[in-house]
Design a protein around this ligand. Sequence first.
Ligand code: HEC
Length: 109
Amino acid sequence: MMKKLATITTCMLLALSFAAQVHAVEGGNPKKGKHLYKKECKACHSKGDAAGELTPMSKTMSQWDRFFKRDMHKVKPDVFQNLSEKDRLDIQQFLYDHAADSDQPQTCG
Ligand code: HEC
């Protein structure tokens, strides 16, 4: 009886941690995304840079989705290729959450 209970508990914990992971990958983590965006994107996309200043408000939510799905930074593909899928998702989530037509548009610098 105790053993069975332990097995059930273990299974439930596994299921929970799995669910949490899936959620993070599906949704992207905007907090991490903000950090990554500053680290990975602002190097080239700050005010006065040749690549042009870029903020979440530079695009609408659907434009960001399209950019991350289709364009994938094709002017410089290595920028996106050097990021893990998870990191790209986090950045996408941050930009999407604060896009020009979002609830909380943000000109984050
Ligand atoms: C090594 C420099 C570099 C880095 C790092 C970089 N970019 Fe770029 N990016 C460019 C250049 C150059 C262009 C082309 C600018 C142009 O067309 O005048 C560009 C263009 C873009 C565009 C298109 C702009 C538009 O008007 O549609 C977007 C969006 C973009 N980058 C997003 C990102 C994101 C998001 C990151 C971080 C993951 C990033 N970039 C990191 C150099 C960079």
